[in-house]
Design a protein around this ligand. Structure first.
Ligand code: ZN
Length: 322
């Protein structure tokens, strides 16, 4: 009897693994000279207990986080180093915690008016997900942050529809980590099963008014995502961690080939293994025009998150409901 060849196990790219390098690269005390005002559109905060769990997870499964700071210290660090505005993010790791995280975010944004804009989170499919989100928007949060690898949602599932609708109706963008990398075997689900540029395109087609931003330039499907922003006006990408020359990339990134009115700078601070200004230095020398730099470092985020210029035109604020 003929027995066919055993099925071939296709190994997915697995960017995150234990003991990744922690480069001790030098850092400066301010934004590199010559750059315009900088909005960091991808900054993580968490209440203390969750932050320490995140540090431990990264120590065991990826890299050592160089900046083990509290929420207030994160803001203080970036602002005192010359970052003009921060878009702060959290994600709920399980059902039942999003409302508290959103209240925590609102509290911290109120303490930094005009300097920090916070996004809401929700655990897709949890009870009252839409109500939690509506309440967060009413309290002044400027969009929704989701992470498919941690929250294990399928972006095309029915549970997502009310969240997409709620964002669309409130004209709030959704910052959704739905690229397949950086992947890790330590996740509870397989990001390669849940995430693909094709699946995102379905969301873009089904929800034409919904503003979506995908972090890490859609890593590892870089070319597919570069084409998607050409095709869809309601899609943005952030450059977080992929212009740092830290992850091995199958293709080189040439930002000047991108549609630059759809790119946002973000750092992933404080959860990074290298110097806080590493990507700012690389963006400065990436061969981008002054206008493109101004867009990527500032204007695109201001437009996407509705940050309003205040008196000195460099600072932005959002209105918080009482
Ligand atoms: Zn991040």
């Amino acid at each position: 009897m003929y027995v066919g060849a055993p099925p071939v196990k296709v190994m997915n790219t697995m960017i995150m693994k234990p003991n990744m390098p922690s480069p001790d690269d030098p850092e400066d005390s301010g934004v590199p000279a010559g750059l315009p005002a900088v909005t960091d559109a991808h900054v993580h905060i968490f209440p203390p207990g969750i932050f320490s769990a995140v540090w431990q997870w990264f120590d065991e499964n990826a890299w050592h986080i160089r900046y083990q700071l509290s929420t207030s210290e994160v803001f203080e660090f970036l602002l005192s180093h010359g970052i003009d505005h921060i878009v702060a993010l959290q994600y709920a790791h399980k059902p039942g915690m999003a409302a508290d995280l959103n209240r925590y975010m609102v509290e911290h944004c109120r303490a930094r008016p005009g300097q920090v804009t916070g996004l809401a989170t929700v655990f897709p499919g949890e009870d009252n997900a839409e109500a939690i989100l509506r309440e967060a928007f009413a309290a002044g949060l400027a969009g929704l942050k989701l992470h498919a690898h941690v929250q294990c949602f399928d972006m095309n599932s029915a549970a997502m529809d009310p969240l997409y609708e709620c964002c669309r109706q409130n004209d709030k963008p959704i910052l959704m980590h739905v690229g397949r990398e950086p992947n890790s075997t330590a996740y509870r689900c397989d990001p390669y099963r849940l995430c693909s540029a094709d699946k995102l395109e379905l969301v873009l087609k089904n929800f034409p008014g919904l503003k979506i931003c995908v972090p890490h330039l859609g890593f590892d499907e870089l070319s597919a995502y570069r084409r998607l922003i050409e095709k869809y006006d309601h899609l943005w990408l952030d450059t977080t961690m992929v212009v740092a020359n830290y992850f091995p990339l199958a293709e080189t990134i040439d930002l000047s080939r991108y549609r630059t009115d759809r790119l946002l700078y973000g750092s992933d601070f404080p959860n990074i293994p290298y110097a806080w200004d590493r990507e700012l230095k690389r963006l400065k020398t990436a061969g981008l025009s002054a206008e493109d730099l101004e867009r990527i470092l500032n204007r695109n985020a201001a437009e996407l998150f509705g940050l309003k210029p205040t008196v000195d035109k460099c600072r932005f604020s959002v209105h918080f409901a009482p």
